[in-house]
Design a protein around this ligand. Structure first.
Ligand code: HEM
Ligand SMILES: *[C@@H]1O[C@H](CO)[C@@H](O)[C@H](O)[C@H]1NC(C)=O
Ligand SMILES: *[C@@H]1O[C@H](CO)[C@@H](O)[C@H](O)[C@H]1NC(C)=O
Length: 493
């Protein structure tokens, strides 16, 4: 927003920052019994990080993990203390109800859902649609998902005979995943509309930036500040302009023909509409936009690992060839691709999306099993990244071993415990317990199809640039390096 950079607002932010931090410091002084790793206060955290972008979450969490092997510790970010719990508390956190340890309040604190998405905390009916209808429809709609991935690869990679082309891995995977996801969310032709894709692909950046500012303010000021710093209405009207006509047409059908009609669309938008929870263009559009936010962050780092080592590509190709010749490109075939599955799961273990897992807010005073007192309002999390790199859990944890999970499956003669969508305390990438990611079956379907299609149709190698590392750690977030490049060449039949 233009207002954003006026001196007044900057001054306001600084003043509010000081007020907010000192409030929180006072209020949270009852965390004294929990050892601190890194900065000893929130204000110190601010001075050390000298800005909003960098902090040392990763370093401090790893340090705490090494030092307090069986205990808990806390780290400060710019605005909050985060208490990092020990593995032995996982079950407690996984089972906890919302009024005890809240998932949504923690998410809301990070993202300010009402102001960035226009969603209220108690208004999450889409979660059960993802859990049930979306997951159930994956077999039936598989051909569409694959079709969209193939079409997107052809369009975005656009390779001539024998040509090596350098491609921004992050952008291209994001675009392909967005199209595949939106084919399921809103169907053709909108899932190919460049404006719709652009809106949804740029959303995370915008939301994270807006929320970052809002978090600095005490909650009573947030609604006011949000008027100046968020662009919810801009996004919504742009979204409504694109999705609105689609919704209107479907509403007309529903009015005239009831619950079924010829060529009735079978996609997420329609399932939301069928559930009759909301009918306004604005609220339906906001819902679809927010589901895009949850759904299209993908594992582009898998591409980097593929590019790094041609040996892995060949092993994957051999597997895909055998499976496809037997089952075709089907959901059933996909479930036989153990190496593809393992490759992606290892990427999640090795890199993942966050340093922390199972972020929760304590909604009342809590005493943990080991006797530790956690006051109401405390933010809790598990040091997921450190746990995923613990040699007590994984052999050679700091080596990317693409087929480690496939090997485990083969060794133990069983089919499912180590597959990507399986939930285990050893890997927190999709969460654990009550709030386990409901979109994981869909995400795995898209990612596996994308990887399988790419190894079959292209040779991939590292770009000539030396843009390492492949991921960046920004606070608690792990993001694929946006400047890293890979090279593609079409394989000849
Ligand atoms: C590789 C892709 C994905 C990853 C790594 C991922 C990861 C996660 C994680 C870590 C959580 C929180 C779990 C917890 O704290 O216990 C979560 C929740 C959630 N995810 Fe995903 N997710 C992915 C894809 C998707 C997709 C494709 C969708 C939608 C179609 C989706 C929808 C959701 C929703 C709605 C929740 C909240 C669940 C609730 O309120 O209980 N995710 N996801
Ligand atoms: C707000 O969002 C709309 C739609 O994405 C965009 O066109 C507009 O430039 C944005 N405004 C600001 C100030 O970022
Ligand atoms: C700081 O921690 C709080 C509580 O866990 C979280 O909501 C917020 O997003 C964190 N800030 C950053 C910049 O990661």
């Amino acid at each position: 927003m233009d207002f954003l950079f006026t001196p007044y607002l900057v001054a306001g932010i600084c003043a509010a920052l000081v007020v907010a931090c000192s409030f929180r410091l006072l209020r949270c002084s009852n965390l004294d019994h929990i050892p601190v790793v890194g900065h000893s206060s929130l204000l110190a955290s601010y001075w050390f990080t000298k800005g909003l972008e960098v902090d040392h979450t990763e370093r401090f969490v790893q340090e705490g993990y090494n030092k307090y092997k069986s205990g808990i510790f806390r780290v400060a970010n710019l605005t909050h203390w985060v208490v990092c719990l020990h593995r032995s508390h996982l079950e407690h956190a996984a089972r906890a109800l919302e009024d005890h340890l809240s998932f949504i309040e923690a998410a809301d604190n990070s993202l300010k859902l009402e102001h960035t998405f226009g969603l209220k905390n108690n208004d999450m009916y889409h979660v059960s649609i993802i859990q049930s209808t979306l997951t159930r429809s994956l077999s039936v709609l598989y051909a569409d998902v694959r079709d969209e991935i193939v079409a997107a690869c052809n369009e975005y990679l656009d390779l001539k005979h024998n040509e090596w082309k350098t491609i921004s891995a992050v952008r291209v995977t994001l675009k392909i995943a967005s199209r595949a996801s939106n084919r399921m969310f809103v169907g053709l032709p909108l899932c190919r509309d460049p404006d719709w894709l652009d809106l949804n692909m740029n959303l995370p950046r915008a939301v994270v930036d807006e929320a970052r500012i809002l978090r600095l303010f005490p909650s009573f000021m947030v609604p006011l500040v949000a008027k100046f710093v968020t662009n919810l209405s801009g996004r919504t009207s742009r979204g409504v302009a694109l999705l609105g006509p689609v919704i209107k047409e479907r509403l007309q059908h529903m009015e005239a023909e009831g619950t079924d009609w010829n060529n009735k669309p079978n996609d997420f938008l329609q399932w939301c509409m069928d559930s009759k929870q909301e009918t306004s263009l604005t609220s339906l559009t906001r819902r679809i936009i927010s589901i895009n936010f949850a759904g299209i962050h993908t594992t582009s780092s898998a591409l980097f690992h593929l590019a790094e080592n041609p040996r892995h590509a060949q092993a994957l190709r051999d597997e895909v060839e055998v499976v496809v010749s037997k089952y075709g490109w089907t959901k059933e075939g996909l479930s036989k691709m153990r190496k593809v599955d393992s490759f992606l799961k290892e990427t999640q273990r090795f890199e993942g999306l966050s340093i922390l897992g199972l972020s929760r807010k304590a909604m009342s005073d809590i005493t943990l099993a080991d006797g530790t007192f956690i006051p109401q309002g405390t933010f809790l999390a598990f040091p997921a990244h450190a746990m995923h790199h613990d040699d007590a859990v994984y052999e050679n944890p700091n080596v990317f071993e693409p087929f480690r999970f496939a090997d485990m499956r083969n060794k133990e003669f069983e089919g499912s415990r180590h597959q990507m969508v399986a939930i285990t305390p050893d890997l927190l990438s999709f969460g654990l317990g009550r709030h386990t990611c409901p979109g994981r079956f869909f995400a795995a379907t898209v990612l596996k199809t994308m990887l399988a299609h790419i190894v079959m149709s292209y040779d991939v190698k590292r770009g000539n640039d030396e843009s390492r590392p492949t991921t960046l750690h920004v606070g608690r977030a792990i993001v694929p390096n946006p400047t890293a490049k890979v090279m593609f060449r079409k394989r000849e039949e």
